[in-house]
Design a protein around this ligand. Structure first.
Ligand code: NAI
Length: 290
């Protein structure tokens, strides 16, 4: 494993590229336009600077990391040499299915195709390819350079050898991999999203305000971040997409997204990335907004 292609340079894609590049892998980072890629490299630079300011990195390591990343808008060029492709595009099944179909045609036979999806079926994505044994979930957590866990998701036809390769690779990145089977939301989001949805319902029903709900969960349950702040951090559109997959996948109303979440996403209040969510991020000290 030497050449890694990361598709999508948003919240997760830039973190995944940062992490692989820091560990000496050659990374091709792909997005739909130059603007998204410029923004991603800027974020990676700032995050590397933050690591330097905490004495966790040297200036030379920062330069080497940035030199390990090449950006592309052309998928074909980006995957030409790839040993592993990690898809971290928008959480939308149609978008991902199309990408897996294209990747299957463009990549060498030996290339492993992984998805960073939060909830979409790996088995379903694999069915768009002629290599379902080489399709797997590699689910990093946000922010990728900081978070320890990688959920390794075995699709119905993922081979033992590919599972072992991805498990070992995650360990080489100094992460802790955990193998889970391919059912909606896997483990992380199957447990996290109902909690976030319940916090939004509590707000929607007027049981308590944003600060109160987050304070109860932080101080009462020793969570480092309240569920509404965490939802803002993940992206409310991403949370909504995951809840829809859980709702549809299990056919159980307990996963139905709260109407307030649906409304906020429709209004473009997507959390930190759009500067407004449950909190207002337009100034440095985020204030609760609703
Ligand atoms: P995002 O919205 O920040 O970034 C997605 C990027 O993909 C955008 O830059 C978009 O232009 C690009 N993109 C869309 N279609 C593309 C295509 N065909 N080719 C190339 N680039 C394309 O989304 P985010 O949050 O980074 O999520 C990405 C994936 O990671 C999703 O599957 C999400 O469920 C998953 N994830 C998200 C987490 C989070 O905390 N936000 C945590 C763990 C997983």
């Amino acid at each position: 494993m030497k050449n890694i292609t990361v598709i999508g340079s948003g919240t997760m894609g830039n973190g995944i590229a940062h992490t692989f590049a820091l560990h000496g892998y050659s990374v091709s980072l792909v997005d739909l336009n130059e603007q998204a890629l410029t923004k991603a490299i800027d974020i990676i630079q700032r995050n590397l600077d933050r690591q330097i300011s905490k004495s966790k990195l040297t200036e030379n390591e920062k330069i080497a990391t940035l030199n390990n990343i090449t950006t592309f808008t052309d998928l074909k060029g980006a995957v030409a040499e790839a040993d592993l492709v990690i898809e971290a595009a928008t959480e939308n099944e149609a978008v991902k299915s199309r990408l897996f179909n294209e990747l299957d045609d463009l990549c060498a036979d030996a290339t492993i195709l992984a998805s960073n999806t939060s909830s979409i079926s790996i088995t379903q994505l694999a069915s768009n390819t002629k290599r379902p044994d080489k399709v797997i979930g590699m689910h990093f957590m946000n922010p990728v350079p900081m978070m320890q866990l990688v959920e390794v998701i075995r699709g119905y036809r993922t081979s033992e050898a590919v599972t072992n390769t991805i498990f070992t690779l995650a360990a080489k990145l100094q992460k802790t991999p955990v193998i889970v089977q391919d059912y909606p939301g896997f483990i992380a989001n199957r447990i996290l999203m109902p909690m976030i949805n319940e916090a939004i319902y509590s707000l929607y029903e007027g049981v308590a305000g944003v600060m109160e709900i987050d304070t109860v969960m932080k101080l009462g349950m020793a969570h480092p971040m309240g569920p509404l702040q965490l939802a803002d951090f993940i992206g409310l559109d991403v949370c909504l997409a995951i809840l829809k997959v859980l709702h549809e996948g299990f056919g159980n109303s307990k996963y139905a997204p709260c109407p307030l979440l649906t409304n906020m996403v429709a209004a473009g209040h997507l959390g930190k990335k759009s500067t407004i969510g449950f909190y207002d991020y337009r100034q440095s000290d985020a204030k609760e907004l609703i």
